[in-house]
Design a protein around this ligand. Structure first.
Ligand code: FAD
Length: 366
């Protein structure tokens, strides 16, 4: 069996290792556009690589049923055990799982050592430009030439955010040429631009309760630190809000409400300083804003260059349960290329690994 994996990111590398460990006779080639594998994994979790989450996985994803089906078959515990066997030992921070080394660079080095050990062919700086069928086998076309004889091609090329690390979304144009449906792409886990002026408090951080309002109703709440930017809001809790906003059809009806003094009803402006910095207190007082109900109007997301994942991608209608293309036998998809995106906390890497595992089982005839 000869398999081409397009994309040497989290999903592609995990798939290659899992396949080759189980089937040493398989010939596997990873085609990667960058000059190194796993460039994005290096920057995950602020360089610490939050690779799993042992909390509930329900309601953490866009296309939640699809993601949770895969995570039932290859659970967070399975992911942690598999990594442990590869020398990546877990440490818990609440529900979040990081490597004991606290270092994404160590994770990347360990995974690369395993690729070497298993003798997996790696072709760097070889972006896939196209593919076609020659008899029963596939031919991969890169800017360096044509590579033939593949029984299967697996697309693990990620989404359309963070283009500086290889994921510029150009793969979706190639797939559209092959008549695949791509659901509209937008930045997710992104800071949020708001209509109100936040310039005066840019750089201020505050711990607060954040509510997402849609058509006047609170539809999601989370506590955490918010960072005010020149023209918007950031922080993990805001990135999670962006993931929820992406799923709402009428974005003009979205507002974000901050309660800067949760559990306290503060009606006297003199008390503001007990809860926030002098700069924030001054901003609230000068603009006659309520510390318990600071409301911002959603204007848009920031550039895809700073969003952690993309919303949208290959329509799930295009794949069977085994993640094989419904229209082209032998073509598979895993990871962020699929129209699934999760919240912060390890959910996106878990989906990359669980979907790669699903493809491994399909290619193993299981
Ligand atoms: C700053 C940042 C922090 C993050 N932190 C976390 C975290 O802590 N926990 C978490 O769960 N998730 C995190 N994520 C999200 C997570 O990294 C991604 O969801 C995950 O890497 C997706 O895996 P993937 O293999 O599908 O895609 P990627 O890891 O993006 O890999 C895709 C690979 O395909 C290559 N490629 C693209 N097109 C082609 C082509 N035409 N030919 C050949 N190769 C191609 C790319 O160069 C890339 O190497 C973070 C993302 C960012 C940007």
């Amino acid at each position: 069996m000869k398999i081409a994996i397009i994309g040497g990111g989290a999903a592609g590398v995990f798939l290659a290792l899992r396949l080759k460990e189980e089937h040493p006779a398989f010939r596997i080639t990873i085609f990667e556009k960058n000059n190194a594998l796993l460039k994005k994994l290096l920057v995950t979790g602020n360089g610490r690589c939050n690779y799993a989450n042992i909390g509930p996985t329900l309601n953490k994803y866009h296309n939640d049923d699809f993601a949770n089906r895969l995570l039932k078959e290859f659970t967070p515990q399975d992911i942690i055990k598999t990594f442990d066997r590869l020398g990546i030992h877990p440490q818990r921070v609440g529900h979040l799982i990081y490597p004991i080394s606290n270092s994404a660079a160590s994770v990347v080095s360990l995974l690369k050592n395993h690729l070497d050990r298993l003798d997996i062919e790696i072709l760097l700086q070889q972006p896939l430009l196209d593919y076609f069928k020659d008899g029963e086998r596939y031919v991969v076309v890169t800017d360096k030439g044509k590579y033939d004889g593949f029984n299967a091609i697996v697309f693990a090329t990620g989404g359309s955010c963070y283009p500086q690390l290889g994921t510029d979304g150009s793969i979706f144009q190639i797939l559209q040429k092959h008549h695949y449906e791509i659901t509209p792409l937008s930045p997710s886990l992104s800071p949020i631009k708001v209509k109100e002026n936040t310039k005066k408090i840019s750089g201020q951080r505050v711990k607060c309760l954040v509510s997402l309002l849609y058509k006047g109703e609170v539809i999601y709440q989370e506590s955490g630190e918010v960072l005010f930017k020149n023209d918007g809001l950031s922080g993990i809790v805001i990135l999670n809000m962006s993931q929820k906003i992406n799923m709402l059809p009428h974005k003009g009806r979205v507002k974000i409400m901050l309660n800067l003094a949760p559990n306290h009803h503060v009606s006297n402006h003199n008390e503001y300083l007990e809860y926030v910095t002098p700069k924030l207190a001054e901003y609230l007082i000068n603009n006659r804003l309520d510390i318990n109900r600071l409301v911002y109007t959603f204007k848009g997301f920031y550039s895809p260059h700073i969003a952690e994942v993309s919303h949208g991608g290959l329509s799930l209608e295009e794949v069977s349960d085994s993640l094989q293309s419904k229209k082209e036998k032998g073509i598979y998809f895993c990871g962020e290329i699929l129209d699934v995106d999760g919240m912060c906390g390890g959910f996106n890497l878990m989906f990359a690994f669980a979907s790669a595992e699903k493809v491994k089982r399909a290619l193993s005839g299981k």
